[in-house]
Design a protein around this ligand. Structure first.
Ligand SMILES: Cc1cc2nc3c(=O)[nH]c(=O)nc-3n(C[C@H](O)[C@H](O)[C@H](O)COP(=O)(O)OP(=O)(O)OC[C@H]3O[C@@H](n4cnc5c(N)ncnc54)[C@H](O)[C@@H]3O)c2cc1C
Length: 262
């Protein structure tokens, strides 16, 4: 990835180094098993640090187990929301930290984190002008950040001309960050296509089933020469996307993945 224009710190970027304390100011219950945590910097006038949409933080939990535990969470807020940062956590069955966060963290809690880090971002110097994204479940978080960041500058320098998100959830109860994504459905240059794996909701304009070849073909609509393809979710979904895109001529450098599974 070409990095010179977006990854290098500049004089007006506030880049943090080392572990920082983040104060949780609000918790949003997105769905029965997913919460968004809104945070400010507890140390430096509450101003959020700088990051690039798609990056993540590494959190350290000193008092949850016998020894410190670290986990990564992508920011679901966007850098243009300069007064706060947010991350969105989906409970994993029997998962230690995802459940601890959703059960225990409230407004007033302090979380310890390091970052931002990661290269799963839109790179205007290198990427194609149609950003095509696929996600399942909590894998939508980097794309919520990226779409929030570019929605008001679509077609302008530094942003894509077009953003398409194809996202799979289990049911209408599991629509993470839906208020923002639903608004984006009616924004020129943006498309949000939802498919539900365990519910039929055609009246709401949702597809049914897991992301498959025909959904990809319909959503891309022949625009393979102009897409950078980003994918975040289960390995099988990412593999399907890679095979679909590369077999239709999308170059490997225009296919990016982020895995949340260790
Ligand atoms: C770069 C990066 C960014 C991430 N961003 C997010 C985010 O924005 N939101 C979010 O909710 N999660 C995100 N994750 C996943 C997160 O870091 C944790 O792995 C997840 O919350 C589970 O942690 P846990 O302690 O609850 O589960 P653990 O106690 O570590 O695991 C319990 C069991 O669940 C399985 N498991 C672990 N993680 C997953 C998973 N993601 N999906 C399915 N099964 C799993 C394990 O194999 C194990 O069997 C991200 C991970 C990475 C690497």
């Amino acid at each position: 990835m070409t990095t010179e224009n977006i990854f290098a710190p500049t004089a007006d970027r506030r880049v943090k180094r080392g572990w920082m304390n983040l104060l949780v100011t609000r918790v949003i219950h997105e769905t029965p098993d997913t919460d968004t945590f809104i945070m400010v910097d507890a140390e430096e006038n509450k101003r959020a640090f700088d990051y690039i949409a798609g990056q993540y933080l590494t959190f350290r939990f000193d008092n949850v187990g016998d020894k410190p535990i670290v986990r990564s969470y992508t920011m679901s807020s966007s850098p243009c929301q300069a007064d706060h940062v947010a991350f969105t956590v989906k409970r994993v069955d029997h998962g230690l930290i995802s459940n601890w966060l959703c059960d225990n963290v409230r407004a007033g809690s302090i979380l310890r984190a390091r970052g931002p880090i990661g290269r799963f971002c839109y790179d205007p110097a290198h990427d194609k002008k149609h950003l095509f994204m696929i996600a399942a479940g909590s894998g939508v978080t980097p794309f919520v950040s990226i779409m929030r960041e570019h929605v008001n500058t679509i077609g302008k320098k530094g942003s894509p001309d077009k953003m398409t998100l194809l996202v799979s959830y289990r049911s209408t109860k599991d629509l993470i960050c839906w208020e923002d994504l639903n608004a984006l459905r009616n924004t020129p240059g943006c498309r949000v296509i939802v498919t539900l794996s365990r519910e039929h909701a055609e009246k709401e304009d949702f597809l049914h089933g897991r992301i498959n070849e025909s959904m990809l073909a319909d959503a891309i609509a022949g625009d393979y020469a102009n897409i950078t393809f980003m994918s975040c979710g289960p390995q099988a979904m990412m593999d399907l996307g890679r095979t679909h895109a590369t077999s239709r001529g999308v170059a490997p450098e225009h296919f990016k993945t982020e895995s949340f599974e260790s």
